[in-house]
Design a binder for this molecule. Sequence first.
Ligand SMILES: Nc1ncnc2c1ncn2[C@@H]1O[C@H](COP(=O)(O)OP(=O)(O)OP(=O)(O)O)[C@@H](O)[C@H]1O
Length: 637
Amino acid sequence: MSASADAQMVSPYWQLDDAGDLGFWRMCRRLPATSRVVLTIVARAAPRQAVTVVLLQLVSGAATAFGLLATTGALERLLAAGPTVEVVAAALPMIVLVAGAYVLRGAVETAIAAAYARLTPAVRRMAEGELFAAGLRVELAAYDDAGFYDRMQRARDRGLFHLARAVDNLVDLIGAVLSFAAAVTGLAVLHAALLPVLVLGVFPAAWTVQRSARLAYAHMTRTVTLNRRVQMITELGTQREPAPEIRACQAQDFLLREYAEVADPLRDQEVRVQTSHVRVGTVGRALTGLMAGITFTVLGLLLQAGWIPLAVAGGAVIAVRTANAALSRLVHSAHQLLEQGMYVADYQEFVDDAASRSPAAATRPAPAAPQVITLSGVEFGYPGGTGDALRGIDLTVRAGQTIALVGENGSGKTTLAKIMAGLYEPTGGQVNWDGVDIRELDPHSVGDRIMMVLQDPIRWPHTARANVRAGRHDRDDPGDLALRAAAELAGADTVVADLPHGWETLLSKYFRGGRELSGGQWQRLAVARGVFRDAPVLIWDEPTAPLDAKAEFAVYESLRRLATGRIVILITHRLASVRNSDRIYLLHEGELVEQGTHDELLARSGRYAELYELQARMYADELPLNGGRARGSGSGR
Ligand SMILES: Nc1ncnc2c1ncn2[C@@H]1O[C@H](COP(=O)(O)OP(=O)(O)OP(=O)(O)O)[C@@H](O)[C@H]1O
């Protein structure tokens, strides 16, 4: 295996926290805690079905023990001396009981399967819904915490899948324990001296299953990272979004090489573990044969010594076989459960973490239309970030005003806008809405007052209508009047007019008949979505970057009309678009370094003036692309 593949095996986030070898005693110690976690989830998702399954398994265990004793009774009578007809007649009631026990067990197994058929889907549905809701309800800052994000990915990618399998194994484990207990009880009732015979008989099966399960577990912990990496690479190579860039960069061979680097060691590991399984199986079968010989010898000696009658020896053989099968199931499902338990723990850990990250519940509603937003001494640092994204921000904006946030990439504009919208809580200072600290306001009502169009809006894989209505999905809009007005303001009406099914056209190529839009067309829908939301605080973060000049002009015209009576916060790099703003704030490395009207800032000849003049020169044909030549200069032609 190459050194880099080795490094991948121990590095990234999806590595299991609790990997390692799983010996018999370690397994026994950890099993109760793991079972409890799974049982708690099952009990919440489908309590009735869970109780039914356990009760039915108890009945099945009792039927097994009863069948064993009845079989021994029937053998006793059948082996008694006397005329055949009389012997059979004497044994008949016991034979009927044996048949009854088997029929009962069969019926109970069917009932278990029926109850079980509802159990796993119910657990999966509940767990998936819970995970989804937990992810949606946490505050935005949680998504900037790598630990939280990793936990969420692990819970989603592996936790849910393994939870369903853990339920399977838990049910199987309980069934196996009861079946084993039934065989042991039956044997003890027949003759206590037979219990050591049972130990002899089940030892090889127990050893084989335990060894195999250990191998499988060690393999799983060793390859979990590689598997995850293979999955990521194959996703990259088979999805739509990366396809153009992979081809444009001719990165196919690079991806294939990356794939081989992880897939080859994975294959080698699998070959190694399968070979080990074959070895263990061979030893196990040899041991089984040996122990079967010893068991029969011991039974023969007990018979010879007159300690047990022949019928009891026959019953003992059946009991040993039953116990054998039960023990194999038990060890196998216990191991599987422990393996899956770790993934289930990932799931549970995420759900608990998410619950502690929900926004604090404040009951005071935000003002219906805030008249003034004030920031004083606002500081903010991203979790795990290297420094403060914002420092000492003081700013005031009133209803009816448009302010512009400008500055270089990474200067803090988007962060500041999100803080004003209550999406992030400042780490220092205060944000007030109409004089009230935003932390005292109900976060849901704060969100309700905001309409935000972001730089990189969601492309909802839904209809055009849903893409716009998602701005306020529960808005009553008879006759689609608001929908059409929003589309018109955003220039999205012409986009929709060209779609084959108009507003009902599905906008996702992942589905049959779906359509794709250009970047600018998607953006127009996003602007329409923002307008449809219709809220008193507008935050527009580079809404026009992918738009053509005509569409951009139209959107700014619309924005001007929308601004009346609202608070408007505009973020853009195109300084020509902010000239008419009531106030312009220039951010630099997280601080407000200049503010004023366009004319005031130009007169100051500071950073703003410098940036503005640079852009103006580009439009005046002094573009770096043509070597900075002014119009008409120096071509010599
Ligand atoms: N989610 C995040 N986690 C950590 N740091 C972040 C995160 N988002 C932004 N930052 C950092 O915070 C700083 C401000 O980022 P922000 O997105 O607010 O800048 P911006 O002025 O809007 O930039 P741009 O003009 O490129 O959109 C940057 O240094 C950036 O690297």
